[in-house]
Design a protein. Structure first.
Length: 323
């Protein structure tokens, strides 16, 4: 075989290894017409409700007046941001928001994982489904109902004070909503009670996807329930945990609005007000929309930075990451 024929064979082999690009034909487009239609609807929805409103961010750099509109309001540069970070109330609200956000992240995240693992260990199918269904219900209640229940339970004549006095733990009722030290734990408890069952769904799905033969092999080797949880269940759902952790870290400054606004009062104002309440008090109530927009931009920028940092750390340590 001569040299030219060998070269031709090598070219044919190398060309056969290249992946063939599938051409999109009109037949395929017609076949996927329904899916493409839904895709177009959601793309338009995203543009209209997520990207076009970003044009309103220009208000943060203006002394916005409704009568002048976006295009005729006076530009003031970074004056609104300067005012925010010189305002002691805003700095205090950043502290409150960050503290409650971190507490909520840690407590709700851990409780959802623990609840999913414990629920997976229940062998009675009817009992398991019953508990799972009951745990979902608080998620569908509005915060007005949830805070109302919590307020009644923790009131001077509520069930908590009644039980504590009946067991001689306390001599007189405690006014939980008059002490600053109780407010953050109350907010954390409210979030756990309302969202634990709902947040556990994705972890239950991840646990179900683990190969059952791994549990069977571990049981044959003499592993108990705790050993199977430690060496099979937790490693099996670790990628899911990391992805959700990275995503939830960006929501640290979204500590909430309804629960703090509804349970807060003048006695605990120093620890109950968040950035969202600050925006309501100054941006909406005082009609200073530029100040409210600036505070919103601050939250968004911090969220992006936190997600990027968390993703970079996860990527560097070899864990699952978003990008």
């Amino acid at each position: 075989m001569d040299l030219n024929s060998k070269k031709k064979e090598k070219k044919q082999v190398s060309s056969s290894k290249k992946p063939m690009k599938e051409k999109i034909t009109t037949v395929e487009l017609h076949r996927q017409a329904v899916l493409l239609g839904f895709m177009v609807i959601y793309v338009i929805y995203g543009i209209v409700f997520y990207y076009l409103p970003l044009g309103g961010w220009i208000m943060a750099f203006q002394n916005y007046k409704i009568k002048d509109g976006l295009f005729h309001s006076q530009l003031v540069g970074l004056d609104k941001f300067k005012f925010l970070f010189e305002d002691e109330l805003f700095i205090r609200d950043i502290r409150n928001t960050l503290a409650m956000g971190i507490i909520n992240l840690v407590v709700t995240f851990v409780m959802a994982i623990v609840f999913a693992i414990l629920l997976n260990e229940v062998r009675n199918k009817f009992g398991k489904k019953l508990v799972q269904t009951i745990s979902y219900l608080p998620h569908f209640l509005s915060w007005i109902i949830v805070t109302g229940i919590i307020h009644d339970a923790l009131s001077n004549t509520g069930i908590i004070n009644e039980l504590l006095m009946n067991f001689n733990i306390i001599k007189s009722p405690i006014n939980y909503f008059a002490h600053e030290g109780y407010f953050w734990p109350i907010v954390a408890f409210a979030n756990v009670w309302k969202e634990t069952g709902w947040n556990a769904i994705i972890y239950l799905a991840a646990i179900v996807s683990i190969d059952p033969s791994l549990y069977e092999a571990a049981e044959m080797d003499g592993a108990g329930r705790w050993a199977k949880i430690k060496h099979i269940t937790l490693p099996g759902i670790r990628p899911t945990i990391m992805i959700l952790l990275v995503m939830n870290i960006g929501n640290v400054l979204n500590a909430g609005f309804e629960v703090q606004y509804l349970l807060g009062n003048g006695l605990v104002r120093k620890v109950s007000e968040t950035i969202d309440i600050y925006v309501l008090n100054w941006g909406v109530s005082q009609s200073d929309y530029s100040l409210g927009t600036a505070a919103g931009i601050f939250k968004s920028v911090v969220a992006i930075i936190l997600i990027v940092i968390a993703n970079a750390v996860a990527k560097k340590t070899g864990e699952e990451h978003l990008f």
